[in-house]
Design a protein. Structure first.
Length: 67
């Protein structure tokens, strides 16, 4: 699961940060279970992790941004 999350984030976050003009940065939580996403303009933060779906696949689940 850690490899899948790392691969997903390696693909997704560069596209997100580029599209938003570098507004977001992501940092691993250290346990390999998710990442913290920081809005560098407002200081808001959210946590995203990879969750197994009912269909057997995986989905990214994120909390709302909190300031």
């Amino acid at each position: 699961m850690t490899r899948a999350l790392t691969l997903l984030l390696a693909i997704a976050f560069p596209a997100i940060t580029h599209a938003a003009g570098g507004q977001y940065t992501a940092s691993s939580n250290g346990a390999g279970t998710g990442v913290w996403v920081v809005d560098t303009q407002s200081g808001a933060v959210k946590f995203c992790s990879l969750q197994r779906s009912d269909s057997g696949g995986s989905d990214v689940s994120c909390t709302p941004f909190v300031e």
